[in-house]
Design a binder for this molecule. Structure first.
Ligand SMILES: [Zn+2]
Length: 392
C-alpha cells in the first residue's frame, strides 16, 4: 500500500494517469470503507455480492434451513419456473430455429463447421447473426458533413452484428467452463473476427461479453457479441496514435512496459509460460484484470496455437473472481487488438492484444460522467493480493 494516512488514519487518494488507456483514475480506498454510510449497498468488498432469490433459496435448502414440509413444493416451483425459462431461451438447445442461420458451429468432437448447410442440434458453441442487429451487412456507408459543417455523419452504416452462444448450458459461467470449452469459444471468436476483417468495408471489429444486468446483459444464457464497424472508433484510433508516438519517441513499446511492470510488481493474478493476468496499474473498476501474452502480438489470432494455455489463465482468473465474492459478479469482458490492416501489417510491435475483465461492482456516477475520471475504491495491489490468495 503506497498511500499516505493522516492523523485520523484517513487515507488520501492518489491520481494515476495512463498513457495506454488515456484515463485518469482516482484511487481512494477510503471510499470503500465499511464505516462509510450507505443506504443501498449490497456488495462491500470481501462480502458476498447480492445473490438471486433462486440462489438464496437453494442455499437455505442446502443448509437445511427450510422446513422439510416446504422443501418438495419449493423444489417443484423452482424446477417449473426454470423449465419455463429454458423453453423461452433463444440460445438453449432445441430452440435453434429461433435464431438466424449460424455462421459457424462447433460440434461434439470440437470440429469447427463454417456455415453448415443444415441445422446442427448437437453443438458445443455456435455463432449466429444477431436477430436485433445494430448494423447490417447490406448497409452502404456514406460519409456526409452536416449542414452546419459541424459533424461528419455516416449514413446507412455497413457493418455486422453477431452473437456467439458459448455453450449449450444455460447456467454455466466462465468460472465453470472446461478448458476445451474456453478453447472452442476463443476459436470461434478468432474465426468470426478474421472473417469480418476480410470485408474491406469493415475497419474495426468489437468483441465483447456482458455478464449480468449491471453489465448491460439482457439474456442470461452465456453469449458474446461481435460488432463490425465501417470506421475505427476515435478512442481506439487515438490510443493507437499515442502508443505509436510513445514507441517512436522512446524506442520502446508501452505494451512491453505494461507487461514487464505487471510481472515485477505485486499485481499478478495468474500466469504460465505464455500468458499473464494481472490487476492493471490503471485499475478503473475494483478487481479489474487484464490478460495479455508475454510475447507481444498485435492481433489476437496470432496467438491461436496457444489457446489451451490462454484458457488456463482465463479459467483461473474467473474462478478466483468467483471465489472472492461467492458468486461471479456482473462484468464486461472484451478484446482489444490492433484494428484493420493499417496498424496490424506494421511490423512494429508497439501494441498488444489484451482481454480486459471489468467487474461492475460499483456504479458509474456523475463525477465519472463529467470528468471521465474514475474513482476506484480499492488499491490495485490489494485487489491483486486478494484475488491471488483466495482459495479455489
Ligand atoms: Zn438458454
Amino acid at each position: 500500500m503506497l498511500l499516505d494516512k493522516n492523523e485520523k488514519g484517513i487515507i488520501s487518494g492518489v491520481i494515476r494517469r495512463s498513457t495506454w488507456v488515456n484515463a485518469e483514475i482516482l484511487i481512494a480506498p477510503n471510499r470503500g470503507s465499511d464505516t462509510k454510510p450507505n443506504d443501498f449497498t449490497t456488495n462491500d468488498f470481501g462480502k458476498s455480492i447480492k445473490k438471486s432469490f433462486r440462489e438464496q433459496v437453494i442455499e437455505l435448502m442446502q443448509r437445511g434451513q427450510v422446513p422439510e414440509i416446504c422443501q418438495e413444493k419449493i423444489r417443484q416451483i423452482i424446477l417449473e419456473d426454470e423449465a419455463e425459462k429454458l423453453k423461452k431461451c433463444p440460445f438453449c438447445p432445441g430452440n435453434e430455429v429461433v435464431t438466424p442461420k449460424p455462421t459457424l458451429v462447433v460440434v461434439k468432437n470440437n470440429q469447427l463447421i463454417v456455415k453448415p448447410a443444415e441445422e446442427i442440434n448437437d453443438w458445443q458453441c455456435r455463432a449466429v447473426p444477431n436477430a436485433f442487429p445494430a448494423l447490417r451487412t447490406e448497409g452502404i456507408s456514406k460519409f456526409l458533413v452536416d449542414q452546419y459543417k459541424a459533424e461528419t455523419i455516416i449514413l446507412n452504416a455497413h457493418g455486422a452484428h453477431e452473437v456467439i452462444v458459448e455453450t449449450p448450458d444455460h447456467y454455466a459461467t466462465l468460472a465453470d467452463y472446461s478448458l476445451q470449452q474456453i478453447v472452442n469459444w476463443l476459436s470461434v471468436v478468432i474465426e468470426r473476427t478474421e472473417d469480418l476483417y476480410c470485408d474491406p468495408k469493415i475497419r474495426f471489429v468489437s468483441v465483447f461479453k456482458n455478464y449480468g444486468p449491471d453489465a448491460a446483459a439482457s439474456l442470461a444464457h452465456p453469449h458474446t457479441q461481435i460488432i463490425g464497424l465501417p470506421c475505427i472508433p476515435e478512442k481506439i484510433d487515438d490510443r493507437m496514435g499515442r502508443l505509436y508516438k510513445y514507441e517512436s519517441n522512446n524506442a520502446y513499446s508501452l505494451a512491453k512496459i505494461t507487461i514487464e511492470r505487471s510481472s515485477d510488481e505485486a499485481r499478478v493474478i495468474a500466469q504460465n509460460s505464455n500468458f499473464i493476468s494481472f490487476v492493471p496499474y490503471e485499475q478503473k473498476f475494483p478487481f479489474e484484470s487484464w490478460i495479455m501474452p508475454k510475447r507481444l502480438e498485435n492481433r489476437f489470432y496470432r496467438s491461436q496455437n496457444n489457446l489451451f494455455e490462454l484458457a488456463e489463465v482465463i479459467s483461473e482468473n474467473f474462478r478466483r473472481l468467483k471465489a472472492v465474492f461467492g458468486v461471479l459478479p456482473n462484468f464486461n469482458f472484451y478484446l482489444d487488438e490492433c484494428p484493420d490492416k493499417r496498424y496490424a501489417d506494421n511490423s512494429s510491435q508497439f501494441v498488444s492484444w489484451r482481454w480486459r475483465i471489468a467487474p461492475r461492482i460499483n456504479k458509474i456516477g456523475g463525477f465519472e460522467l463529467q470528468t471521465g475520471m474514475y474513482i476506484c475504491t480499492i488499491h490495485p495491489d490489494d485487489a491483486a493480493r486478494i484475488l491471488r490468495e483466495v482459495k479455489i
